[in-house]
Design a protein around this ligand. Structure first.
Ligand code: NDP
Ligand code: 2IT
Length: 447
C-alpha cells in the first residue's frame, strides 16, 4: 500500500514514463516503504524531494552503428541514464541484451541509487546498456560494437562524472574494449572511468567474484540472525553467469550444496552438487549453453529444456539471472517445498506478488539492492585503488567486501526494527538507502 500523500508522486511517474512497466514496479516498491518515513519525518516530503529522486538527472539515448562480419551495417540503440549524483559520480553497470529499453535502464538506475547509498561508499546511481545481442557474435564483432558504443558514451562519462561497469552481457572482455576506445579518444589513461577492468590495467582483485560472494555473505548474516548457517543447506541458484557462478562458489565454501542452476535455455539438476569447474569451463571459456553440462555429465544429471528452476526443492533460493524471473506461482512452489531464505543476486528477479508470498509465509527475503550490492561496492574499492595508484591483495579486498556486506545487513535490520517492521529487509533497505540520499539532497538545496 502506498501512503496517500505519496500517491500523486506515483501518478506523475506513471504518466510521465508511460509504458515503462519495470520502472513503475521499482518506484512503486520504494514508495510503499516511504510512507513510514514521511509519517515520522514529514520534512522528507518537502521541496518535492521524493519527486526529484524519481526523475533522472539526465537520460542519454544514442545510435550505435557497427559493421558485422558479413560486411552488413547493424544499428543498435545505446542508453545511459544518469539518475542521481547526490552521493558521488553516477555509478552503475552497462547491460547488453536484446530486451534492453529505456524503461529497463531506468528501473536499474533507480535501484542503483539506493543500493549504492546502502554500500556507504561515495557513489551516485546510474545505469546504461544497449539492445545489442552478443549471443553468437564473434570476438571482432563484440570489439567493433563496444568501440562504436564508446565513441558516443565517452563524452558523457569520466572518473568524477559517471563510472560504468559490467552487467548482463558485459564482462571483462567488453570493459577492455570500451576502456581501450575511451583511452584513445581522450588521450589519457583515466583508470577510474570504468570498473571491472582486467587486473593488468587497473582492475581490482575480487571484483569478478564480488557480487556473488557478497550475496552469500549477506545470506550468512541472515542465517546467523536465525541461529543457523550454510552447513548442509540445499541451494538453488538461477542463471549461470557472473553472479550465479561466484554465488555458487561461496555457497560451497560455506558448506552449502548447490543442486541446480540454469540459463535462458533450461535447467540442470545435479544431486551430487553442481560441478563448478565444468560450469565455468562451459560459460566463462567456451561461452556455451548450460545443456552442455548435462551432455558432459551423462547419467546422474538432469537437463530440463525450458524447465522451471523454482520447482526444485531447496532450503535457500538465489535468483541470479534477470528481472521478474520468479513469480507468485514460483514463490508458492518454493514455500511448499520448505524454502527458508530467498536472496536476490539479480536486480528485481522476484515479482511483487512473489515477495508478498514470501513475507506472508515468514520466508526471509533479501532484496537485490541490499543482497547484490557487493559488486558495485567492490567497484567503488576499484575506484579507490585507482585514485591512490594502488593494488590490493585478494584477501584485503575480500575482507573489505565482507565487512561492507555485514554493515549493509545490519543497517537493513536496524532500520526495519526502528520503523516497526522487524525482519522486513525490503523496508529496511529502502528506508536506509533513501535516508542517505535524501539527507545529501536536502543539504544541497533544490537542484
Ligand atoms: P551474465 O550475463 O553474466 O549472466 C546472466 C545469466 O542470466 C545467464 O545465465 C543468462 O542466460 C541468464 N539470463 C539473462 N537474461 C535472461 C532472461 N531474459 N531469461 C532467462 N535467463 C536469463 O550477467 P550477470 O551475472 O552479471 O547478471 C545477472 C543479474 O545480476 C542481472 O540482474 C544483473 O543486473 C545483476 N547484477 C549484476 C552485477 C554484476 O556485478 N555483474 C551486480 C549486481 C547485480 P543466457 O546466457 O542464456 O542469456
Ligand atoms: O547492478 C549492479 O550493481 C551492477 N551491475 C554493478 C555496477 C557497478 O558499477 O559495478
Amino acid at each position: 500500500m502506498i501512503d496517500e500523500k505519496l500517491q500523486p508522486i506515483l501518478s506523475t511517474v506513471l504518466h510521465r514514463n508511460a509504458g515503462e512497466a519495470e520502472f513503475h514496479q521499482a518506484v512503486r516498491e520504494v514508495l510503499e516503504s516511504l510512507g513510514r518515513v514521511i509519517a515520522r519525518h514529514p520534512e522528507y516530503a518537502d521541496e518535492a524531494l521524493i519527486e526529484r529522486i524519481c526523475e533522472p538527472e539526465r537520460q542519454i539515448i544514442f545510435r550505435v552503428p557497427w559493421i558485422d562480419d558479413n560486411d552488413q551495417v547493424q544499428i543498435n540503440r545505446g542508453f545511459r541514464v544518469q539518475f542521481n549524483s547526490a552521493l558521488g559520480p553516477y555509478k552503475g553497470g552497462v547491460r547488453f541484451h536484446p530486451s534492453v529499453n529505456i524503461g529497463i535502464v531506468k528501473f536499474l538506475g533507480f535501484e542503483q541509487i539506493f543500493k549504492n547509498a546502502l554500500s556507504g561508499l561515495p557513489i551516485g546511481g546510474g545505469k546504461g546498456g544497449s539492445d545489442f545481442d552478443p549471443k553468437g557474435r564473434s570476438d571482432r564483432e563484440i570489439m567493433r560494437f563496444c568501440q562504436s558504443f564508446m565513441v558516443e558514451l565517452h563524452r558523457h562519462i569520466g572518473e568524477y562524472v559517471d563510472v560504468p561497469a559490467g552487467d548482463i552481457g558485459v564482462g571483462a572482455r567488453e570493459i577492455g574494449y570500451m576502456f581501450g576506445m575511451y583511452k584513445r579518444l581522450n588521450n589519457r589513461f583515466e583508470a577510474g572511468v570504468l570498473t571491472g577492468k582486467g587486473l593488468v590495467y587497473g582492475g581490482s582483485r575480487a571484483r569478478k567474484e564480488a557480487t556473488g560472494f557478497g550475496t552469500v555473505y549477506f545470506v550468512r548474516s541472515m542465517l546467523e540472525n536465525m541461529g543457523t548457517d550454510f552447513e548442509d543447506k540445499r541451494c538453488v541458484v538461477s542463471g549461470s553467469g557472473n553472479v550465479a557462478i561466484y554465488a555458487m562458489q561461496k555457497i560451497n565454501a560455506f558448506g552449502g550444496k548447490v543442486v541446480a542452476c540454469s540459463d535462458s535455455g533450461g535447467v540442470i539438476i545435479d544431486e551430487d552438487g553442481i560441478d563448478l569447474d565444468l560450469v565455468r569451463e562451459i560459460k566463462e571459456e567456451r561461452r556455451g549453453r548450460i545443456s552442455e553440462y548435462a551432455e558432459a555429465k551423462g547419467a546422474g544429471c538432469t537437463y530440463k529444456h525450458g524447465g522451471n528452476i523454482w520447482d526444485v526443492p531447496c532450503d535457500l533460493a538465489f535468483p541470479c539471472a534477470t528481472q521478474n524471473e520468479l513469480d507468485g506461482r514460483d514463490a508458492k512452489a518454493l514455500i511448499k517445498n520448505g524454502v527458508t531464505v530467498v536472496a536476490e543476486g539479480a536486480n528485481m528477479p522476484c515479482t511483487p506478488e512473489a515477495v508478498k508470498q514470501f513475507q506472508a509465509a515468514g520466508v526471509r527475503f533479501a532484496p537485490g539492492k541490499a543482497a547484490n550490492a557487493g559488486g558495485v561496492a567492490t567497484s567503488a574499492l576499484e575506484m579507490q585503488q585507482n585514485a591512490s595508484r594502488d593494488s590490493w591483495s585478494f584477501e584485503k579486498t575480500e575482507e573489505r567486501l565482507a565487512e561492507i556486506m555485514g554493515n549493509i545487513h545490519d543497517s537493513c535490520v536496524q532500520t526495519a526494527d526502528e520503523y516497526g517492521a522487524p525482519d522486513d529487509y525490503v523496508l529496511g533497505a529502502n528506508i536506509a538507502g533513501f535516508l542517505r540520499v535524501a539527507d545529501a539532497m536536502r543539504a544541497m538545496g533544490v537542484i
